[in-house]
Design a protein around this ligand. Structure first.
Ligand code: ATP
Ligand code: MG
Length: 563
C-alpha cells in the first residue's frame, strides 16, 4: 500500500471534456502513473489561431494532472521546413503562456533510431523496397470501393530489400527512384494500411541535420515512434488522423518500442470569416495578399500579438470554446473578439487620439494659455491612477463629432449647441469656417470657465461628451484600421478562397493625432483611445513616426447578440 500522504492525488481538473475524462480514468485505474503529452507542430509555417486549441489542451492536461508536456517539432519534411518557423513557434507557445521546461524535442533527433527500426521491419519481412514510381504506387493503391494491387516488388527477398535500403541511405539512387514500404495489407478497407510508404529518397538540406540524410521518414513512420521514445501517454491530435490510428498502432505493435502511447482525436477549431490552414496562409504571404505572416489581418498567433490581442484573451476564448465533441462546427469570430475586449476593457489605459481631426478654436480662451487637466487612466482600475493633459485655445476634435445640420438623434456638436469636452470644459459652437470648396475647416466656439473638470455648478448636463486634443501638444500618427480578411463566413466554400478576400481589410489613416505621451508606448502594449477602440503601436513605428494598429473597435456584437 502506498501512503496517501506521500503521494497526494493530483488536483481535480478544473475543466471537463471527453479527453480529460479518458486521462482521469487512466490515472484512476492505474493504466498510467504520470501523464505525458506533447504539442507536435510541423515547422512549415507560423502557428495559426487553431493551434492554440491543441497547445492549451496538451499543456493544460499535463498541468492539471501533474504531468508534463513536450514541445516536439515534427520536422520530417525538409523541403517545407525552416529554422525561422521553428523560432516563431517557440516564441508563440511561450507568449501564449505555456512552458515545456527542458522537454524540447525534434523528430529529427530520432532519425538514427527510426532507421534502425526500419531495418528491423525489413528483416522481419514487414517492409520492402519498392521500385514503382510514385504514380504507379498511387495507381496500385485502389480506391475506397476497390482493393489495391500488390507491387511486383512486394515479395522481393528481405536480404535484397535490406541491401537496397542501406544503399538508399548511402545515396546511391536518385531522388524518387525507390521507396521503403510497410508490408501490411493491400486489400485493407483502410487505405492507410495498404502498404504505406515509410521512407523516400530526398536530397534536401534539413534545418537541423543538414545533408546527413538523403532519405526521410514519412509522418506516420515518425510520429508514433517519437511518442514512444519520449514516453508520451496520451497522443492527442485532430480528427484527420483518426484513420491513421490503426497504422499508428501497427508500428507500435510491431517494433521494440520503449513505451506504448495511445492516440486520441478531437475536432479542429474553425472560426467564421477565417481560414486556418498553414498551406493557405503561406499562399497569402507568397502571393503578396498580405505583408507577411504577422500582418495584423492574418489569423496567426504572431499577427494577433502584433495587433495587440493579449494572450489572456486568447486563452479565455479557448476556455469558452472548450474541446467540444467530434463534430464541432465553426466558432463565431465575434466570440474571440469578445474574449479579447473583455481583457482589454479591464486592463488597458485610456488615452485620447483623434483619427479625423477637425480644428476647434475657443474664442474666449486666452491666447497662449495652457492648463494641465487631470484625467483618469482607467475607470475600471483605480490603481491605474491619473495623468495630466494639456488644454489650450486651439483644439482638435473628431470630424464626425460635428454636424452642421444634425438629424434628431445626433447629440454631439452642432451650431449653437453645447457639449462637454471630457475632463475639461463645456463648449458651445458659435460659427463654422469653410474653405472655397465648402468643406468645414474650423469650428469657432466659446467655453464656460465655470465647468472646469467637466461639471457645471448649475447642474446642467450636455447630451454629448467628446474627446479632444490640444493642437500644439498632439503628435501625428498613422493608424491602420482592420476589417475581416474575408467577406464570407465560410471562405472558399464556393471556389478559391482568394476570391473571397475583403479588398477593404485594411484602411490606413494618415494625419491622425494622439497624446504626446503615446510616443513612448512600447510596441505590443495596447491602450484604449476613448470612444474609438483599442490600439497599439506597430513595430513599423520609428523615431518621429508613430504607427498604430487598431486592435479592435469598442462595439461588442457578440455580447449584444447573446445578452
Ligand atoms: P495546418 O493544416 O494548418 O497546416 P497542421 O495540422 O498541418 O495544420 P501541424 O503543425 O501539423 O499543423 O499541427 C500541430 C498540432 O496542432 C497537430 O496536433 C494538429 O492536430 C493541431 N492543430 C492544427 N490545426 C488545428 C486546429 N485548427 N484546431 C486544433 N488543433 C489544430
Ligand atoms: Mg500537418
Amino acid at each position: 500500500m502506498t501512503d496517501p500522504a506521500a503521494t497526494p492525488s493530483p488536483p481535480a481538473p478544473a475543466r471537463s471534456d471527453f479527453i480529460r475524462d479518458i486521462v482521469a480514468a487512466d490515472l484512476r485505474e492505474g493504466r498510467v502513473t504520470q501523464v505525458v503529452t506533447r504539442f507536435p507542430p510541423e515547422p512549415n509555417g507560423y502557428l495559426h489561431i487553431g493551434h492554440p486549441k491543441s497547445i492549451a489542451l496538451n499543456f493544460g492536461i499535463a498541468e492539471e494532472f501533474g504531468g508534463r508536456c513536450h514541445l516536439r517539432f515534427d520536422d520530417t519534411n525538409p523541403v517545407k521546413e525552416e529554422q525561422r518557423y521553428i523560432d516563431s513557434i517557440i516564441e508563440d507557445v511561450r507568449w501564449l503562456g505555456f512552458d515545456w521546461g527542458e522537454h524540447l524535442y525534434y523528430a529529427s533527433d530520432y532519425f538514427p533510431q527510426l532507421y534502425a527500426w526500419a531495418l528491423n521491419l525489413i528483416e522481419a519481412g514487414q517492409a520492402y523496397v519498392d521500385d514503382l514510381t510514385a504514380d504507379e504506387i498511387r495507381e496500385h493503391r485502389g480506391t475506397f470501393t476497390e482493393p489495391g494491387r500488390d507491387s511486383p516488388w512486394r515479395d522481393r527477398p528481405s536480404a535484397e530489400s535490406l541491401d537496397l535500403f542501406k544503399r538508399m541511405r548511402a545515396g546511391e539512387f536518385p531522388d524518387g527512384s525507390r521507396v521503403l514500404r510497410a508490408r501490411i495489407d493491400m486489400a485493407s478497407p483502410n487505405l492507410n494500411l495498404r502498404d504505406p510508404v515509410l521512407y523516400r529518397i530526398l536530397r534536401a538540406t534539413h534545418p537541423r541535420t543538414g545533408d546527413e540524410w538523403c532519405i526521410y521518414p514519412l509522418y506516420d513512420f515518425a510520429h508514433g515512434q517519437s511518442d514512444a521514445i519520449e514516453g508520451i501517454t496520451h497522443s492527442i491530435c485532430t480528427l484527420e488522423f483518426e484513420d491513421h490510428r490503426p497504422l499508428y498502432d501497427w508500428f507500435l505493435d510491431n517494433l521494440p518500442v520503449p513505451s506504448r502511447p495511445r492516440q486520441y482525436e478531437f475536432a479542429r477549431l474553425n472560426i467564421t470569416y477565417t481560414l486556418l490552414s498553414k498551406r493557405f496562409l503561406a499562399r497569402l504571404v507568397n502571393e503578396g495578399h498580405v505583408r507577411g505572416w504577422d500582418d495584423p489581418r492574418m489569423p496567426t498567433v504572431s499577427a494577433l500579438r502584433r495587433r495587440g490581442f493579449p494572450a489572456e484573451g486568447v486563452r479565455n476564448f479557448l476556455d469558452a470554446v472548450g474541446v467540444g465533441g467530434k463534430g464541432q462546427s465553426a466558432v463565431e469570430v465575434e466570440m474571440l473578439d469578445h474574449a479579447v475586449r473583455d481583457v482589454l476593457n479591464r486592463s488597458t489605459q485610456r488615452r485620447f487620439g483623434v483619427l479625423h481631426p477637425l480644428k476647434l478654436v475657443i474664442e474666449n480662451y486666452p491666447e497662449g494659455q495652457v492648463e494641465e487637466l487631470e484625467v483618469i487612466n482607467n475607470p475600471e482600475d483605480a490603481t491605474a491612477g491619473t495623468r495630466k493633459l494639456p488644454f489650450s485655445r486651439e483644439l482638435l476634435i473628431e470630424r464626425d463629432d460635428f454636424m452642421e445640420d444634425p438629424p434628431g438623434k445626433f447629440f454631439r456638436l452642432a451650431p449653437g449647441r453645447e457639449v462637454r469636452l471630457r475632463y475639461a470644459y463645456f463648449v458651445t459652437c458659435t460659427s463654422v469656417v469653410k474653405d472655397e470648396s465648402g468643406e468645414i475647416v474650423e469650428l469657432r466656439c466659446t467655453y464656460d470657465p465655470a465647468t472646469r473638470g467637466g461639471d457645471a455648478p448649475d447642474g446642467r448636463k450636455p447630451k454629448g461628451t467628446l474627446h479632444w486634443l490640444s493642437a500644439e501638444h498632439a503628435v501625428p500618427a498613422e493608424v491602420r484600421v482592420y476589417d475581416r480578411l474575408f467577406t464570407r463566413p465560410d471562405p472558399g466554400a464556393e471556389g478559391d478562397p482568394v476570391d473571397d478576400l475583403n479588398p477593404d481589410s485594411e484602411t490606413v489613416l494618415e494625419g491622425c493625432l494622439v497624446e504626446a505621451g503615446l510616443a513612448e508606448l512600447p510596441v505590443g502594449e495596447t491602450v484604449q483611445f476613448e470612444r474609438l477602440g483599442y490600439f497599439c503601436p506597430d513595430p513599423d513605428s520609428a523615431p518621429g513616426r508613430l504607427v498604430f494598429n487598431r486592435t479592435l473597435g469598442l462595439k461588442d456584437s457578440w455580447a449584444k447578440a447573446k445578452g
